[in-house]
Design a protein around this ligand. Structure first.
Ligand SMILES: Cc1cc2nc3c(=O)[nH]c(=O)nc-3n(C[C@H](O)[C@H](O)[C@H](O)COP(=O)(O)OP(=O)(O)OC[C@H]3O[C@@H](n4cnc5c(N)ncnc54)[C@H](O)[C@@H]3O)c2cc1C
Length: 637
């Protein structure tokens, strides 16, 4: 299989315009003849549904939740990037492009990232027009703050609730189309298989989570906007319902999975505090605008933070990276925090935490200013930990947060299955080996509002479609497989709960394929995952029946997919014998413990092809060529 990214010819800055001009259009009167299935209602799915319906396509939209507004996007706190340069501090499309490529440790496609930076400004215009209450300066212009990996302020925000506000905008736009009859909404439906007919994605099989009924839905194209797979680690900052099922089942139907080992560990999360915890909480990166990260200089120092004098504190990020200070990218900040804790300088009861201190900022700007910027985050922290961050530093530790890997897509966001498009966190496309803060919302909305409306037309206008209904054998076959699997899960006379298996899988992933990896550890993880998977199918207990609301069954299906997918993630990590961004293999580091890439051998996207259960997947490589930026060792000093 040859991976053709379909990157348009011509100078970087003109590729997107040129591509849109050269892409076939669907006549407005013909658009209503095409039906598009959108799975997911986060920022990517809701914006795509709204935009495609507005164009005239017939859209069917699915989500797991009771309301589309519960998609995980609602949790996004800090902000969304755009190259408006309102603060006049030197930003440009080029700089946003460059920062993103560099932040991703030169493992993303130049053309995609440039388009993302170009489209970023249109997103802000669109969202402002929708009425998103972005923070404003005194003069009325939208306000900006800084995020990691950038030396200027380009992050637009709505207090610490940016995702919620943006999702309400996209949701409103989608519901307008639902009211107009152009979007048909299917909440509480879980896509459990993709239906491929003659090489084309022509529909999905979904389970009605309330009644247990299996449904078939046909269309001319399928869009997966189903988010990331961070919950393969069990403990993460992701919503509990985030899963890999839709993308993994599509992988089993022929879509290649790209760079699964590129996972992001976010440096500022509330540390794990007990064995029975099921969720971790993010403290937004925006806090690093004013919060200073430090540990005691002496290992084992257990004094209260306020009793440790200034001279005995190590502001290690400011010391090591004077240019970027506390705003180094996430992978760099996380590894450094871990390093301090490994040296015994971690704080709190477990020693697995560092301080994020606002004392200087409060003294400088006043409590009211800090409260205005971060009030809801401070409140959230206090509610969870019982500590008041206005008085005592927050304690933070890295946690799994985002997944850069995802289904492989070309420049049109189409996977290796014709007619199967993948948007938002579910695809692999724009962030390389490490995503910069505030760039996920930007990508999800770029994909949904601007990219897919242009590219899907090219596919629909240029493709011959046979008449395919839900009566087609492809649907019957997919449904039969779904039924068999469900029956098998319910029939296991096991003793352990689904969560128990999931927790053990997550711990294995975190211990051997987390912030720091070794070949030995990865091999061990692979063996442990296989063992656990075998036990899962013998010893899991799934109570209840398939003909009803059954959350254990829902979880069991998702965890069964995580059990298989985890091995793919580890296989990818083993194949990438270099360090880059969030993938840190201890054998490949510089003298200063930074990730050491191997551009000679690994400057490619690793895209994996499913070859059958129990068989090793096939690796396909898409070489990455950098014509506009120079590959360098990243430095944030
Ligand atoms: C705590 C937190 C804070 C964040 N803050 C920021 C930030 O400030 N800025 C930023 O840029 N990024 C941030 N991110 C990242 C960002 O929020 C996500 O990457 C982004 O929202 C993902 O959007 P999405 O539309 O791709 O997917 P999601 O919002 O995850 O939506 C997925 C959708 O798919 C549906 N779904 C999933 N599987 C199925 C299935 N099998 N069948 C049917 N439906 C399915 C779900 O119901 C849901 O509707 C944050 C992430 C976290 C965890």
């Amino acid at each position: 299989m040859r991976l053709d990214a379909k990157i348009p010819a011509g100078p970087l800055a003109q590729k997107w315009d040129r591509h849109r001009f050269e892409t076939k259009l669907v006549n407005p009167a013909n658009k209503r003849k095409f039906s598009v299935i959108v799975v997911g209602t986060g920022l990517a799915g809701a914006s795509a549904s709204a935009s495609l319906a507005e164009l005239g396509y017939e859209v069917k939209t699915f989500c797991i939740h009771d309301s589309p507004r519960r998609a995980h996007s609602i949790a996004a706190q800090g902000g969304i990037n755009a190259a408006k340069n309102y603060p006049n501090d030197g930003d440009s499309i080029w700089r946003l492009f460059y920062d993103t490529v560099k932040g991703g440790d030169f493992r993303a496609r130049e053309a995609n990232v440039y388009r993302l930076a170009q489209v970023s400004n249109a997103i802000i215009d669109q969202c402002t027009a929708q009425g998103i209450p972005f923070a404003r300066e005194y003069g009325g212009l939208l306000a900006n703050r800084s995020f990691g990996g950038a030396q200027l302020s380009r992050t637009f925000y709505a207090r610490g609730q940016t995702g919620q506000q943006l999702l309400l905008g996209a949701y409103s736009a989608m519901m307008r189309q639902a009211a107009a009859g152009k979007v048909q909404l299917f909440p509480r439906r879980e896509m459990i298989d993709l239906v491929v007919v003659n090489g084309q994605a022509r529909g999905i099989v979904a389970r009605n989570l309330l009644t247990g009924e299996i449904e078939r839905h046909a269309g001319h194209a399928v869009l997966l906007c189903t988010g990331g797979y961070g919950n393969v680690y069990f403990l993460s900052t992701n919503a509990k319902a985030c899963n890999v099922t839709a993308t993994y089942r599509a992988y089993k139907r022929g879509a290649l999975f790209a760079n699964p080992c590129f996972t992001q560990i976010h440096p500022t999360c509330i540390p794990v505090h007990g064995a029975y915890q099921s969720k971790l909480t993010l403290m937004s990166e925006s806090l690093r605008n004013d919060g200073r990260v430090w540990v005691p200089k002496t290992a084992g120092d257990k004094r209260a933070p306020t009793d440790i004098p200034e001279a005995e504190r190590d502001y290690f990020l400011e010391r090591k990276y004077p240019s970027f200070g506390n705003l180094v990218p996430r992978d760099v900040a996380s590894r450094n925090s871990k390093e301090q804790c490994d040296q015994g300088k971690g704080v709190g009861e477990t020693g697995l935490a560092v301080y994020l201190d606002f004392a200087d900022a409060i003294q400088r700007d006043g409590r009211a200013t800090i409260a205005k910027k971060y009030g809801n985050l401070f409140q959230m922290y206090e509610k969870i930990t019982g500590d008041d961050p206005y008085r005592t530093p927050m304690m933070i530790y890295p946690a799994v947060h985002y997944t850069m890997g995802g289904l492989w897509v070309d420049y049109n966001l189409m996977s290796t299955v014709d007619g199967l498009f993948v948007l938002g966190e579910a695809n692999f496309s724009d962030h390389g080996a490490n995503r910069l803060g505030a760039s996920a919302l930007m990508q999800g909305l770029a994909d949904g509002y601007f990219v897919i409306p242009a590219t899907i037309g090219g596919y629909l206008a240029g493709t011959r479609f046979d008449a395919v209904t839900t009566g087609h054998a492809g649907f019957a076959d997919a449904e039969r497989q779904v039924d068999e699997r469900t029956r098998k899960l319910l029939a296991i006379p096991g003793k352990r709960t689904v969560d128990d298996f999931h927790r053990q899988l997550g711990l294995t992933m975190w211990n051997y394929c987390g912030m720091s990896r070794t070949n030995e550890g990865l091999e061990k993880a692979r063996a442990l995952i296989r063992e656990l998977r075998a036990e899962f199918w013998q010893n899991v207990r799934v109570p209840g029946s398939a003909a009803d609301l059954n959350q254990s069954l829902e979880k069991a299906g998702r965890v069964a997919d995580f059990m298989e997918f985890a091995e793919l993630l580890v296989v990818d990590a083993l194949a990438r014998q270099e360090s880059c961004g969030g993938h840190f293999n201890e054998a490949f580091q510089t003298d200063e413990n930074e990730a050491r890439r191997d551009d000679q051998n690994f400057c490619h996207v690793a895209a994996w092809e499913y070859t059958g259960d129990g068989r090793d997947p096939n690796l396909h490589k898409e070489p990455l060529s950098f014509e506009n930026v120079q590959l360098t060792q990243r430095s944030y000093k």
